[in-house]
Design a protein around this ligand. Structure first.
Ligand code: CA
Length: 219
């Protein structure tokens, strides 16, 4: 899953970046509202973690302009503990949830998982389809109840497809889930991970749609 982190404080930003990357999210970090705007116009994200007090363009303005463009990406706004007014303004401007700073890491990650779950149209915390189950909270994968070890990048490729059976993902869309900015993309990386996943999970789980990409079929 690809996350845009918008945070102008270098120490907080680095800490959150580490926490999210340790959970295998692909994270892009920008430090002001203008760059957030640019990133949101040029990339597709699965979630935005948005600080409200930002240089150049206020977080609320970034959020309002995002929603005015009908972009439905889940947005988690970050506010100070006593700033009830900011939380209300953020939610009313189109945020889906909020976290208070300083962050409690476990709470932040749980809210991220909850938003990703809801945006995939699911209520249950474990992704499961045709006997394959992924638990984002514990990072455990199972096939018919048996644990299977997936690498972080195999997980990153499988998770979006398993969350939306029947939806075809292009190679470029899956690459976006794998990497943050400034990381090298090997041109056949997605194929390599799909190959690994088929070996571990069975050859029919992920199907190739010629010329389009990959899909976990509904049936
Ligand atoms: Ca700030």
């Amino acid at each position: 899953m690809r996350v845009l982190l918008v945070e102008d404080d270098a120490m907080i930003g680095e800490a959150v970046l580490d926490v999210l990357r340790a959970e295998h999210y692909a994270v892009d970090w920008v430090r002001d509202g203008a760059m957030a705007d640019t990133a949101l116009r040029s990339q597709t994200y699965d979630l935005v973690l948005l600080d409200l007090g930002l240089p150049k363009r206020d977080g609320l303005e970034v959020l309002r302009s995002l929603r005015a463009r009908h972009v439905t990406v889940p947005v988690l706004v970050a506010t100070a503990r006593d700033a009830v007014g900011d939380r209300v303004a953020g939610l009313d401007a189109g945020a889906d949830d909020y976290v208070v700073k300083p962050y409690d890491t476990d709470e932040l990650l749980a809210r991220v998982r909850a938003l990703l779950r809801r945006s995939a149209g699911r209520g249950e915390p474990v992704f499961s389809h045709k006997g394959v189950a992924l638990n984002p909270a514990t990072r455990e994968a199972t096939v018919d109840g048996r644990p299977v070890a997936l690498s972080a990048r195999e997980w990153a490729v499988l998770e979006p497809m398993l969350a939306r059976p029947g939806v075809v993902f292009s190679r470029a869309q899956l690459e976006e889930k794998l990497y943050g900015w400034k990381e090298d993309i090997n041109s056949n990386a997605v194929e390599v991970y799909v190959h690994g996943l088929r070996k571990k999970l069975g050859s029919d789980l992920i199907q190739t749609v010629r010329g389009l990409g990959y899909v976990v079929p509904r049936q």
